[in-house]
Write a protein that binds this ligand. Structure first.
Ligand code: C2E
Ligand code: MG
Ligand code: MG
Ligand code: MG
Length: 280
């Protein structure tokens, strides 16, 4: 019998548990080789102005194609990398790749890059950002770092200093997945944030009166505080119209486009920019 320290005794290790631990260990080994073997790539999801429906930015999302398992979802490998610390390398790679891709797009297009709380603890994010901007030539105001609420719960003071330093560099800072987890309203008033990304769980609830009141209120509050808003997970035209009516400026979701390869984004941007008369 195995007893967890100070916890509930567990009768025995399930065979499945042992296998799961072994699988994780192997996945960690494989992940550490993924960059070198070219198994990672970024896909980009369009972000649009909810009034004009024009693309104003993209969010970079990491994809890993394992040589034998095929695509591994970020929901599996990102938490694994956060636990093992390998997220420092993955994050540095993503920053460099996203800045390089975005530098080839029109100057009106921003790129959002996810930064996990563990990265801030483990690595010199400021140095990584500076290096990615320098080697790509991307102007700092086209980079938008997406931080989650977990970041502030763990290390509020240090993170605020880092955010100030990033903003002095000219980089934008967004609060990702707002409305999930801790959701302290005080984050909205105290943190130096440029943009609030409203979590898709809110968007899914549009049409339910109490939830509508809350969502409308959040958008209004952000506007009064001078923060930009972006709604995530927009799947229907009705949701997009309602959000625009409430004053939410930008949106992202399957309605406007699923995450796509950089080549597809390049083509979408080129098509958009063609003068109307030259269209077939
Ligand atoms: P996130 O940053 O909140 O990214 C948005 C997620 O919502 C993406 O999932 C995206 O594909 C999905 N999504 C977008 N529009 C819709 C929609 O209309 N409906 C639905 N149902 N889903 C939609 P994905 O790509 O699987 O990424 C999941 C999470 O993994 C991300 O959530 C982010 O937290 C993390 N992640 C992905 N790439 C990176 C990365 O490069 N670095 C870090 N630290 N985390 C990453
Ligand atoms: Mg994000
Ligand atoms: Mg999000
Ligand atoms: Mg999310």
């Amino acid at each position: 019998e195995i007893a967890l320290l100070g916890g509930d005794p567990i009768n025995r290790f399930e065979v499945g548990q042992v296998e799961a631990i072994e699988q994780r260990r192997q996945l960690d080994i494989d992940l550490r080789q993924a960059i070198g073997r070219g198994e990672l790539h970024l896909v980009y999801q369009p972000q649009v102005d909810l009034v004009t429906r024009e693309m104003v930015g993209v969010e970079a999302l990491m994809r890993w194609t394992h040589p034998t398992h095929g695509p591994v979802p970020p929901a599996i490998f990102i938490p694994l990398a956060e636990e093992t610390g390998y997220i420092a390398e993955l994050g540095r790679w993503a920053l460099a790749a996203a800045c390089r891709d975005c530098a080839a797009w029109p100057s009106s297009i921003l790129v959002g890059v996810n930064v996990s709380p563990a990265q801030l603890r483990l690595t010199d994010v400021l140095g990584d950002v500076a290096e990615a901007l320098k080697s790509s030539g991307l102007p700092p105001d086209r980079l938008d770092l997406e931080l989650t609420e977990g970041t502030f719960v763990e290390t509020l003071a240090e993170t605020q200093d880092l955010m100030q330093a990033l903003r002095r560099m000219g980089v934008q800072v967004s609060l990702d997945d707002f409305g999930t987890g801790y959701s302290a309203l005080s984050y909205l008033t105290t943190l130096p944030l440029d943009k609030i990304k409203i979590d898709q769980s809110f968007v899914k609830q549009i049409g339910t009166p109490a939830d509508d009141a809350l969502l409308h209120g959040i958008i209004d509050l952000c506007r009064r505080l001078g923060k930009k808003t972006l709604a995530e997970g927009i799947e229907t035209d009705e949701q997009a119209r309602q959000l625009a009516q409430w004053g939410c400026q930008t949106g992202q979701g399957y309605l406007f486009g699923k995450p796509a390869d950089s080549i597809v984004i390049t083509r979408m941007l080129a098509d958009d920019r063609q003068p109307l008369e030259s269209r077939a």
